[in-house]
Design a protein. Sequence first.
Length: 265
Amino acid sequence: MKSIENNVFWITGASSGIGRSIAELVIAKGAKVVASGRNQVALESLQLQYPDFHNNIFPLAFDLGADFDAEDLVKQVVNRFGRIDFLINNGGISQRSLTAETPLEVDRKIMETNFFGNIKIAKAVLPLMIQQGGGHIAVTSSVVGKFGFPLRSAYAASKHALHGFYESLRAENFEQNIRVTMIIPGRINTDISVNAMTAEGKKHGILDPGQATGMTSEKAAQLILKGILNHRKEIIVGKFDTIMVHIRRFLPRLFYYMARKIDPK
């Protein structure tokens, strides 16, 4: 794995889970990290966790689902570190509700957080990356960014939308040395199901069995970083559950049957 020492990583969703594990991994390798998420205390704890790298860590809290000023955030990052080499657009929210029972405002909230908040950051960072001669944007999608799945209608839609947006961005900016990687996790042992939105717009509050037995976020982070530094366009990461991506592609009739029968939790 090539050296990333002194490279600047901006990681959203860095309060916990995959984002936190990627932040920990690159900090230990000497990178400069802008750690973003909603939980300021959790972000600041990275500085306490890595006192020798305190000056390399910039906690920058904001809510992807709220009305935030992306251009101002970019200015703050540039004022601190001068550039952005890697944007790891990882923040987001999952869903646990049936389509027929989910009001449109919940669908909109999920789309606002996972899609519009995500691309708002990318649109603000892209001109800087072009100006500085290149950069790498990595985006956390999901296996359900490749297919629909029960209890995930708005979540799957938001992740499908990310693929369309970033594949277009990649094609448009190839000559500007802008690289794009889509991260496609299966079930990873994080709190994503705990924080998932229900039909009432509340937290699911349950660690689903599929998450509890999933790949650790630390292992996922190692595979993701290796894939990014090898300029992979897609990184599928997880355990046996990720085979569904290949079944959907090569055996669609089997996939449609399995999607009706599989336990979505």
